[in-house]
Each structure stands twice: as C-alpha cells, then as structure tokens.
Write a protein that binds this ligand. Structure first.
Ligand SMILES: C[S@@+](CC[C@H](N)C(=O)[O-])C[C@H]1O[C@@H](n2cnc3c(N)ncnc32)[C@H](O)[C@@H]1O
Length: 205
C-alpha cells in the first residue's frame, strides 16, 4: 500500500464497536428503554405511510414498535450485540420480516440511494456528516428527528469529545433552505446532561 491510499479501520476491531458491544453486555443495559420522547414527538407531529430509518438504533424498542405497527424499518448500528438482541426480540414477537438490521460504521455507511423514508430518526448520536446524508433520504412530507448532546453538555462531562456535540444552530441550520420546516427544537438540561431535540418536516413538492 502506498501512503496515499486511504487506511480503513478493520470493522471487527472498530473502537466504537468494541466500546458499545462491551456496554451492551452490561446487565443494566439488558432491557431497552421503554419510552423515547423523540419518537413521541415525531408521532405527535405525524408522518406519512412508509418506511422508517433509525440510525445508531441500539436495541431500540421503538423500532420494534414501528415494525409492530406495520412499517418497514431499516435499523443501523455498529454494535452486533445490540442488533442481535433487536433481531432476537423481533423474531420472538413474530416481527422479523419487516425489520432489516445493518451492522455498519455510520461514518462509512450510506443509505440506499433509491429509497425514501417517512421518518429518519437518530437518538443520541451526532456526526455532522451523518446528518448531511440523512436528510436527503426523507420522503416528501416526512420527518427528520434528531437528538444528541449539545456543547453545553461539556459542563457536566468535560471529557466528552466536542465533535460529538451538536453546535449552536445545528442540526436545523444544516438543512437546505426552503426544503424543510423545523417543527420542534428544544434544549433540555436534565441536571446530568444537556441535549437538543429537533424535528423537521420535508416540504411537499
Ligand atoms: C448513546 S447510544 C444510543 C442508542 C439508541 N439510539 C438509544 O437512544 O438508546 C449510541 C449508539 O450509537 C452506536 N454507534 C456508536 N458509534 C457508531 C458508529 N461509528 N457507527 C454506527 N453506530 C455507532 C452505538 O452502538 C450505540 O448503539
């Protein structure tokens, strides 16, 4: 290999995969979170018929609920431990066929170019580049919903990598002007973390 070729991280040893697999094996993580305010907010605002894309889904009980409600769900995460649990749960509930789990590094993965999603949702993961490829696959009238730490979270956890924190104005100001309406945006200081939730609808063309 000459030194101009990209050096790719072997996927199996990807540090995010190792870190999150270890976390998902902890007993306190055995049960997925029952409720998710971002999903609830999206449901309140409403979105059209059609598939859902959940990025960094973990063991998302809400992805399963979407499948249970008849939607196709494409669920992407780097942790095979989390996705194995999600697949097992889906199979046990007889929901396997409409759920597609993809084990991937979101920095390298790209959504299928020929699909549009009624809801694109991501809870507690932030990378600008990921958001930038996520909004284009939202269907007309569909929603993009995002939640992540803001820079204010550094007050509680100074060691947090600022690249993984949503900056002032983001993610709304990364959406193309005139093609989305921001319907919901709030910063929440929970006393141990500061997060932002944003939901925007793609304008009908
Ligand atoms: C804070 S957890 C959030 C999980 C889930 N969305 C939730 O709210 O419970 C972050 C998730 O991002 C996933 N993740 C971390 N780095 C990733 C990467 N490079 N590519 C894909 N997923 C990644 C982890 O495996 C983990 O499931």
């Amino acid at each position: 290999m000459n030194n101009t070729e990209p050096r790719t991280q072997p996927f199996e040893d990807h540090p995010d995969r190792l870190k999150w697999n270890a976390r998902y094996r902890e007993p306190k993580r055995l049960a997925p979170r029952e409720s998710c305010p971002l999903y609830e907010q999206a449901a309140k605002l409403g979105y059209p018929e059609g598939p859902v894309l959940e990025l960094a889904c973990g063991m998302s009980a809400q992805a399963l609920a979407q499948v249970g409600a008849g939607r196709e769900v494409l669920a992407v995460d780097i942790s095979n431990v989390a996705l194995d649990r999600l697949r097992t749960e889906a199979a046990e509930q007889g929901l396997g066929t409409r759920l597609t789990c993809v084990e991937a590094d979101l920095n390298a993965w790209r959504p299928p170019a020929d699909r549009k999603f009624a809801l694109v949702i991501c809870v507690m993961y932030w990378e600008q580049a990921v958001f930038d490829y996520a909004w284009p696959v939202v269907a007309d009238g569909g929603l993009i919903a995002w939640q992540g730490f803001t820079l204010d979270h550094l007050r509680y956890r100074a060691s947090q990598n600022p690249d993984w924190c949503i900056k002032e104005g983001e993610p709304a100001d990364r959406l193309p002007a005139g093609r989305f309406s921001v319907l919901h945006e709030e910063d929440i200081d929970e006393g141990h973390r500061v997060i932002r939730r944003m939901v925007a609808r793609r304008t009908q063309t």
